[in-house]
Every structure is written in C-alpha cells, then in structure tokens.
Design a protein around this ligand. Structure first.
Ligand SMILES: *Cc1c(COP(=O)(O)O)cnc(C)c1O
Ligand SMILES: [Zn+2]
Length: 417
C-alpha cells in the first residue's frame, strides 16, 4: 500500500499527477510531493521502522516510489554519534555528528537523493538518466546508474576537482565537461531535458529526487531516540537539503512519532558563494545571485533554486545563516579530523566552521543540543587541505635518526614550555 498521493505547487497550490515534471507549469515554482498523512498515521508505527534494515528505505512509506526500490538498497542510515571532543573544542555541551561522509556507495549525502531519483526513473520507464552537478551528484548518478544498468550523461563545470572527475568517469558514464559555472551547466541541462526522453535527476525528476534528502532528518530523529535536536546546522548549495530536513521534522510531528519540540535551523555556506546566507542575514527571502569563488565547490551554486525556502526554514524557526572564508573551511576540516577522526570535504568544513562562528558570537547556545550535518568525504577534496598539509622530511631508516628527529625534539619542546 502506497501513501504518496500527488504533486502540488509550493506557490499556487496547483496539483499534478505523479509524472516527470521540473516545476509548476503555471508559475515555475518548485513542486512538492504530497502524502496521505492520515492513512500513514494509522498504519505505520516507529516501533516497526526500528526493526527494519539499516538503510534509508526503512522510511519507504514517506518516499515517493510507487513500488519497491530495486537499486540503491544500501544507501543511508549513516553513523550518528555524540562528538564530545569536538564539543570541548567548540565550547559546547552537547554536539552530535550525522556522518554522511560514509554514505553508500559514493560517500556523500547525494547518494540518498539519487537512490530515490533512479528508482523513480525506472518506474517512469527511462533508460537514460543524467544530471548537472557540482561533483557529488555526478559521482552518485554515475555509480548508481552503472549498478542499475542505466546509461548516464553527467554535465559538470570544467573546473571541478580532479578527484570528482575521475571518480565519475570510472563508472563508465558519459561525462560532459562544460566551459561555464554550475548555473550555466544547469541551464544547458534543462534544455536537454526538454528535447530528449531522459530522466534528469535534478530537472524533470527534481520533485522526487529532493524527497530523498528528508531521510537525513528522519534518521537524526530516530538516532536521537525519536527526539528532535534543539539546533541543527546544514550546509547549503541549492538549499534543498535544509528545506527537506525541515519538512522531515514536520512530517514526524504530524505523525506523532516525536514530541513537537522547537528546532532552530542554521544554514551554512562559503563566503565565496553565499547567496542564501546573505539573504538570511538581511532577513529577506529575496535571493540575489552570485558568481561563485570558493574552495567549497560542492556548495557553489550562485542561483539556488530552493534559496527562498531555505531562508524560511532558518528564519521561521529562529535560526539564521552564516558563511565562512576558505581559511576557516580548511580549519573546520582539520578540527573535525583531529577531534573526531572524521575526514570531511569542504562542505563539512563549512558546517564545522559555521558552528564555531555562531557559538563564538553567542548566536548558538552552548548549553543546547546541536547537530552538525556532515555531508561529504574528505578524500574527494584532497586539494583543499594539501596546501596546508606539512609533509615531514624523510629520515634514514635508523633508530638514532628517528630519535634525533622526533623524540629529542619533543623532549626539548616539553622542557622549553
Ligand atoms: C549538494 C551538497 C550539499 C547541499 O545540497 P543542496 O540540497 O543543494 O542545498 C551539501 N553538501 C554536499 C557535500 C553536497 O554535495
Ligand atoms: Zn504554481
């Protein structure tokens, strides 16, 4: 029995049947997937969810498939843990990490949205899929299309990190490097979606694709013991993730699976691409597009489609947006690695650095619970930290050389203090 009902325009409330559609045909606003919450409330219970396999499909009734998923079966249910050493470093009492840097199969939260999109593509009968991407989406579509036996066209800005290009190409996808920024790549992709009978995950499959992000929210609540955190910090590119985690928490309140306690939403961006945090700081949902220039390429969307809704999620819950410099991002990556043993990419560095900045400026309470959503893996953006990585001089393979270089220096340093 399925609980997904129809599509509804977020602005003019026009309704559509469940079909491939990028936006409202009347007003071009994003489309929202609507479920039958009444029926859901009476037939699905959290105790039953808890007994299911540890992947994102444990919430399948709240995802927009008509049938059972056939691919992406191991995606989701990533680690969630209390980060006591990071909390001490940040000067906060109760900090948790949601660690999507180890999501399956391509080590970012994008595996969730792609798992939903490609299953939906299969239900709609598409045999070719594609996407425009700032990197992680490219990896996820290429890998999951290979595993599902679908052809894939991946459109990326030509200046993407080499790690992300190689880890897309290896899956046999057709990689189209475009001499332009993400927003130009995305426009090209929209034109292609109109002309060819393909399922482009972030164009004509976008309403379904975006729903996959909700599972981050469901998992955080379940992993906290079916409770909501007091604060959550989420990195933003197009603004879909933060909007959908907000929707997920609202879903859980509607279903009565959690107490309806308030959650403040904080959105994080790099200063070099901060159209959403800039609007939030001005208390406006009017997004002024920017030309991105930052090492956080996975977040470098200058004209974010869900920007206004992201601002509403933040300001409507008493949260706010903040952005950080490239130096702060690298420091954030290192802080998380050194305190918790988690190596995240630039987007995770943004999240940690924004947490630090908000705490230092007393806009985030150090006595409340704070969840940091870590969305991608550090191995994909090695170049971001390689400049600041000091490679120690090699020693000769002799004990005395080791001691001279390391033990005696250390002893000298200790006595000097
Ligand atoms: C895409 C992405 C985000 C943000 O996603 P949006 O839904 O577009 O805001 C965050 N972190 C990483 C690593 C990403 O790849
Ligand atoms: Zn509309």
């Amino acid at each position: 029995m399925k609980y997904v009902s129809h599509l509804c325009c977020r602005e003019c409330s026009l309704e559509y049947e469940l079909k491939p559609l990028a936006a409202c045909e009347e007003c071009w606003a994003p489309l929202e997937v609507i479920y039958d919450y009444g029926r859901l409330r009476s037939s699905v219970k959290p105790q039953e969810i808890a007994r299911r396999a540890p992947n994102m499909w444990r919430y399948r009734e709240l995802l927009p498939l008509a049938g059972e998923p056939a691919s992406g079966l191991d995606t989701g249910f990533t680690p969630f843990f209390r980060a006591t050493r990071l909390a001490r470093e940040l000067g906060a009492r109760e900090v948790y990490i949601k660690n999507d840097s180890v999501n399956h199969p391509t080590l970012s939260f994008k595996d969730r949205v792609v798992a939903v999109a490609l299953n939906k593509a299969r239900e709609f009968g598409f045999t070719t899929v594609g996407c425009s991407s700032t990197g992680n989406l490219a990896n996820a579509v290429a890998a999951q299309a290979a595993a599902a036996g679908l052809s894939a066209f991946i459109f990326i800005p030509a200046d993407l990190e080499r790690e992300k290009i190689i880890s897309t190409e290896v899956f046999g996808a057709k990689l189209v490097r475009v001499d332009g920024n993400y927003d130009q790549v995305n426009r090209l992709c929209s034109e292609i979606a109109m002309k060819y009978p393909w399922g482009i995950v972030n164009v004509n499959l976008r309403p379904y694709y975006a729903e996959g992000s909700k599972t981050v929210g469901y998992e955080v609540a379940e992993q906290l013991g079916w409770r909501l955190p007091q604060n959550i910090i989420i990195p933003m590119a197009g603004g879909a993730l933060i909007t959908k985690v907000h929707k997920a928490f609202e879903d859980l309140k509607k279903l009565g699976w959690v107490e309806p306690t308030p959650v403040r939403f904080y959105g994080a961006q790099a200063t070099g691409c901060s159209p959403i945090t800039t609007a939030a700081k001005q208390g406006s949902s009017e997004i002024v597009p920017q030309k991105p220039h930052t090492i956080a390429k996975s977040l470098a969307i200058g004209n974010p489609a869900d920007g206004p809704y992201a601002v509403k999620a933040m300001l409507g819950t008493g949260g706010t947006g903040e952005d950080v410099s490239d130096e702060e991002i690298v420091a954030g990556i290192r802080m998380l690695a050194e305190t918790e043993g988690v190596f995240t990419e630039t987007a995770g560095g943004v999240t940690v650095a924004v947490a630090r900045k908000l705490l230092r400026s007393h806009r985030l309470s150090p006595d409340e619970s704070i969840v940091l959503v870590i969305t991608g893996n550090g191995l994909k953006t090695l170049s971001a930290v390689s400049d600041s990585a000091h490679e120690p001089a090699a020693i000769r393979p002799k004990l005395e050389n080791f001691e001279e270089q390391y033990i005696e220096q250390e002893a000298a340093q200790t006595t000097a203090v």
